[in-house]
Every structure is written in C-alpha cells, then in structure tokens.
Write a protein that binds this ligand. Sequence first.
Ligand code: NAP
Ligand code: GDD
Length: 350
Amino acid sequence: MRRALIAGITGQDGAYLTEFLLAKGYEVHGLMRRSSLFNTDRLDHVYRDPHETGPALTLHYGDLTDGTALRRTIEKVRPHEVYNLAAQSHVKVSFDIPEYTADVVAVGTLRLLEALRDYDRAGSVRHVRYYQAGSSEMFGAAPAPQSETTPFYPRSPYAVSKVAAHWYAVNYREAYGMFICNGILFNHESPRRGETFVTRKITRAVGRISEGLQGKLYLGNLDARRDWGFAGDYVEAMWLMLQQDAPDDYVVATGESYSVRDFCEAAFAEVGLDWRDHVAFDQRYLRPTEVDHLLGDASKARDRLGWRPRVGFDALVTQMVGHDLDLARQERALQGAGFFIAARGAALAS
Ligand code: NAP
Ligand code: GDD
C-alpha cells in the first residue's frame, strides 16, 4: 500500500487531496497543528475512529516551525510521497506577520526538505517523491499570461517566501537528486475555501444578504484579475506530477481570468441580486503592493500530465453560492429558534 504524508492536511487543498488519495487506495497521514479548538472540520467526514476501523487516515501533531517533529513523523510514517501544502497562505496577512510567514513558508519548507534528505540518505531504496505547493503569486507583477518560463516578481512577504521555497526545492532536486516537483498553482477555490479569501468572502455574503442576515459586503480592490479554478481539479495535478518518470515544475491554471468585480456580479446574480446595491468599498482591504493580473498558461501540464480543469468559472460560482446559501438558511433557522450567531472574524482586515 502506498503511503502519503500531507503537511497542511486541514486546509482546503489538504482535504481534497486526502479524499483523492484515499479513493486511490493510499494510506494517508497528515500533519496538523495543535489548536485550542478542533481544526479538522474539512476532514471529519473521511476520518474514522482507529479503534473501530483500520487506519486509512492518521493524523499527527506537527508544525513546519518544528524540525524535530518533522523528522520524527517522517521516520514513523515512512512515506512514499510527501505533499507540502502547509503555509500561512493569506497574502494580506503576510504584510502583518512577515517574519512568521517567512518562517513557515520559506524556512519551514527547508526544514521539511532537510528532514527528507536525511531520511532518503539513510536507506538505499527510499526515494520519497515530494510535492511543493508553489503559487502564481510568485509571478506577481510579471505581465500575463504567465508560464513556467516567466520570471518571478513577487509582491508580498508571502510571495517572496514562496519564491524562496521554490528555489530551495529546485536546489535540493539538483544537488541531491531528490524527486521534487514544484506545482505553480493559480488561484483555486471551493466551498471549503477559507472565508477571508475574496471568492468565499463574496459567496458567504451573497448567502447571508439574500437571507437577510447581513447588510453590506465590504471589499477592497475590485479591478484585480485572477485565474480561478476548482480546488478539487487541482489536487489531481499535484498527484500526477509525482507519478511521472522524472521530477519537473508545472503551472496549473484554467487559462481564463476574471476580475473581482466579475466574480461579484456573477455571484449576486445567482440569487437574483445586483451586486452594486450590496457591495461597498473599504480601504483596509487594500494591499500595500497589489498583484493586478494573474492568468496561467498550463500547456505543459496539459501536454505532459494530460491534466485539464473540469469545472469552469460559472460552475464554480454556482457551486460556491449554492453551498453558502444552504449555510445561510441553516443560520437563519437557528436564529429563528432563538440562537445568536455572531458574524465570524468581522473585525479582521482580510
Ligand atoms: P489553506 O486552506 O490556508 O491551508 C493551509 C494549511 O497549512 C492548513 O492546514 C494550515 O493549518 C496549515 N498550516 C499553516 N501554518 C502551518 C504551520 N506552521 N505548520 C504546519 N501547518 C501549517 O491553504 P490552501 O488553499 O489549502 O493551499 C494549500 C497550499 O497551496 C498552501 O501552501 C498555499 O500557500 C498554496 N497555494 C494555494 C493556492 C490557492 O488558490 N488555494 C494557490 C497557490 C498556492 P490550520 O488549518 O491549522 O490553519
Ligand atoms: N481577501 C480579500 N478580501 N481580497 C480582496 C478583497 C477582500 O476584501 N477585496 C478585494 N480583494 C482582492 C485582493 O486585493 C486580490 O487582488 C484578490 O481580491 C484575490 O485575493 P485573495 O482571494 O485573498 O487571494 P490572493 O490572490 O491574494 O491569494 C490566493 O491565491 C494565491 C495564488 O495566486 C491565496 O490562496 C494564496 O495562498 C495563493 O498562493
């Protein structure tokens, strides 16, 4: 049985990748941070109590800031594949906590690679395959469309840290012959997306406004353009990269871009509302340096991996709004029954 270790298993992509690998018959192990509240909401539907069934999914406490725990977990799990999805992944927040972002995203990647290098060296038949979650944010201000040959021009502490992680990964591949792939993924969304990323912030608000639970939606720059795909499609590309004969780097994208304004228009239209009546500007959502236009050229992934996105922009918006409308209806029903539900994170500027 193939064993995979996923760092960042509790995140959006971690949950989709876990489902994908379990369906392929993998034994999946995940590294998760200790939290004072449960942080496994995205995984609870696939987790089985090990006392009752076999351990197809096992969770281990760990953190990319703790190299000793990473080494110990790798020795214990003895993975065939490692997916490094762990990150402080919010671009705006990275301007507020740049040192922590660099410690997790850049140095954390280095810690994991070092742990794997020692593990790989220790035995002759190990050769673990490693996936590094790179980002289109690394292209930053480089003109669209962007491909594997586009020079990086990062515009945030997050993006600079991802560039460092990318080059650590390339260097370890070249220096030590390790099987390491960098996926350069453009934005990918889903109903599991964190609620402070713009697509989910919009679809949550659409649901709540249409159910009378929220007045306005406050946003920053509506002109930014992104190449938005569906997260469930993108985890397949990660896996495909690790199944090739040789390691390489790939852009993963849909090849279409839309503005934040376009997303608002489409999402509010799903419930028969005009976005202009409900969206207001708040400058605290602006970033000190913005990334204006990301549009990916994923020809290499299409030609070499046979990968194609299945869910387009309209279907993605429909899926996310439908999910968040259901959530808002549940919230309204609870309110009707006398429960008070606070708007979460309302005070946070992200
Ligand atoms: P996400 O939902 O923010 O998940 C990030 C994961 O990393 C969570 O499991 C989080 O744990 C974990 N994490 C954070 N800090 C950690 C630390 N110090 N040690 C260990 N784990 C830590 O992100 P995502 O959207 O799934 O993205 C997955 C990866 O792809 C990230 O590296 C992201 O930067 C990158 N990426 C994402 C996109 C996108 O559009 N989604 C595009 C390109 C690249 P908690 O649950 O405890 O917070
Ligand atoms: N979050 C947020 N909140 N973004 C807003 C808002 C707002 O209120 N108003 C406008 N935006 C704009 C941002 O300025 C940005 O241009 C765009 O919406 C998208 O922002 P996010 O959804 O936060 O995503 P991101 O593109 O900055 O970063 C995401 O994608 C990267 C890949 O390109 C994250 O998932 C990163 O981890 C990932 O690497």
